[in-house]
Design a protein around this ligand. Structure first.
Ligand code: ARG
Length: 457
């Protein structure tokens, strides 16, 4: 196929080379950004008298026509085109004739592709933030519902201290808040326009980069043209933020998987978000949660991919950079898909608060509270800790729990212990008393819920 860039070479390439070189199979995703970017460029060319006003309008009209036809399906992207930029320009020239050939004045595909990708990921960022906020909404609803429900809090996956389910859910909410903040923070650096950097060195035409940036909603323009065409930090940042968001989803999924097993029975996932086994009739498998946990791996891979592509690149543009897209598109698509499935899966999940409470009453998770009780009675904490530990040991040997020990059994070990010990080690007391800021007391959890409500407004 004859190339638009023939001249220095005869433009006749081997079929193998065409396939290998082509990026249309994936950069076609950016057709909207490519066309709107070109429209801003055409407007700038007109405004600066680089093309006539009439030519500028013709170009903009032609581009709008291509966009409309692509959206309506009357124009199909040619899979044999080299990339989306070439495809659009080619159709434009076919439709407009000579004037179509003027669009590429004072521009290069190097600044064009950087522009398209920034605009594409800016839209993806906004969509991911929206999905994260949907999840936060469900989380605060669930936390409100369960802010007094006691469950075991774990360290080392050993029952440690009682917490409320609301508190546990709010812990995840805080992670997703940070994800939103990270995506929005990265968006600031992404939202800087490279168009007008041209191939690498800028241009001899009297262009107005600020005009273009303004038209396309950018907050600033890249200050150095070499950097403008070779910077892909925004891809790496987006991928890193995606990887971390996946980490959070994955940890949450891991707990939902554990909790839905017979060993825990803390949660019942809706039938709509589980699958059966082809052989074992009793199975209800948390496949969606497992897939999200699994897909975390590929998003980590996407991050490693872009970092590795960039690490040895000399300035400015190198064709290696075409490898920046598939990974980050995959990261964006995966995060979006996972959030889209995770949120309704959580919304429809039913927590088994009876089993959680039951689990909390075993495992001596009120032993710290017993020690704290003894401190209030006058013992130094280290001594109180020992007494409490001794009582736990006694319970284990005699197959008892702290709340079933009689007052005489208590007194035999430590005479400072009175009848009020039972109230002190009652699980709901343990939870209510954790009043330190950020702690598990329902009033603290309520504050966290209010924070989330404000945050998603
Ligand atoms: N398809 C290319 C990419 O994704 C567009 C830029 C091509 N620039 C060039 N100098 N060959 O990176």
């Amino acid at each position: 196929m004859a190339k638009m860039w023939m001249g220095r070479t005869d433009g006749v390439t081997d079929k193998l080379c065409d396939d290998f070189n082509s990026s249309i199979s994936f950069d076609r995703k950016m057709y909207r950004q490519d066309i709107t970017g070109s429209m801003a460029h055409a407007a700038m060319l007109g405004a600066r008298g680089i093309v006539t006003e009439e030519e500028s309008e013709t170009l903009i009209g032609g581009l709008q026509g291509i966009l409309d036809d692509l959206e309506s399906g009357t124009l199909i992207i040619d899979p044999n085109a080299e990339d989306i930029h070439m495809f659009v320009e080619q159709v434009l020239t076919e439709r407009l004739g000579e004037v179509g050939k003027k669009l590429h004045t004072a521009r290069s595909r190097n600044d064009q592709v950087a522009l398209d990708l920034r605009m594409y990921l800016r839209d993806e960022t906004d969509e991911i933030v929206r999905l994260l906020k949907d999840l936060l909404f469900v989380l605060q609803e669930k936390a409100e519902q369960h802010k007094c429900d006691v469950m075991p809090g774990y360290t080392h996956l050993q029952r440690a201290q009682p917490v409320t389910l609301g508190h546990h859910l709010m812990a995840y909410a805080m992670m997703f808040v940070r994800d939103v903040e990270r995506f929005l923070d990265a968006r600031k650096r992404m939202n800087v326009s490279p168009i007008g950097c041209c191939a690498l060195a800028g241009t001899t035409y009297d262009t107005d980069r600020f005009f273009e940036a303004n038209q396309l909603g950018f907050g600033d323009v890249c200050k150095n043209s070499l950097d403008g065409v070779s910077d892909r930090d925004f891809v790496a940042e987006f991928s890193a933020n995606s990887a971390l968001a996946m980490t959070h989803l994955s940890r949450f999924c891991e707990e939902l998987i554990l909790w839905s097993g017979w060993e825990f029975r803390f949660v019942e996932l809706s039938d709509a978000f589980t699958t059966g086994s082809s052989i074992m009739p009793q199975k209800k498998n948390p496949d969606m949660a497992e897939l999200i946990r699994g897909k975390t791996g590929r998003v980590y891979g996407d991050l490693m991919g872009i970092l590795t592509v960039l690490k040895g690149l000399p300035l400015a543009y190198n064709k290696d950079m075409q490898e920046d897209k598939e990974g980050v598109f995959d990261a964006a698509d995966t995060v979006k898909k996972c959030l889209t499935v995770f949120t309704p899966m959580l919304k429809t999940a039913v927590f088994n608060v009876v089993n959680m409470k039951k689990a909390a009453s075993k495992g001596f998770i009120n032993a710290t509270d017993l020690a704290d009780y003894l401190v209030r009675k006058g013992l130094p904490f280290r001594t109180a800790y020992k007494v409490s530990g001794g009582l736990v040991k006694k319970c284990i040997t005699e197959n008892k729990t702290l709340d079933t020990l009689t007052i005489d059994e208590y007194k035999a070990v430590e005479k400072l212990i009175d009848e009020d010990v039972y109230e002190a080690i009652d699980l709901s007391t343990c939870v209510k008393k954790r009043i330190s800021y950020g702690g598990t007391a329902p009033e603290n959890v309520e504050k966290q819920i209010q924070f989330i409500k404000e945050f998603i407004k």
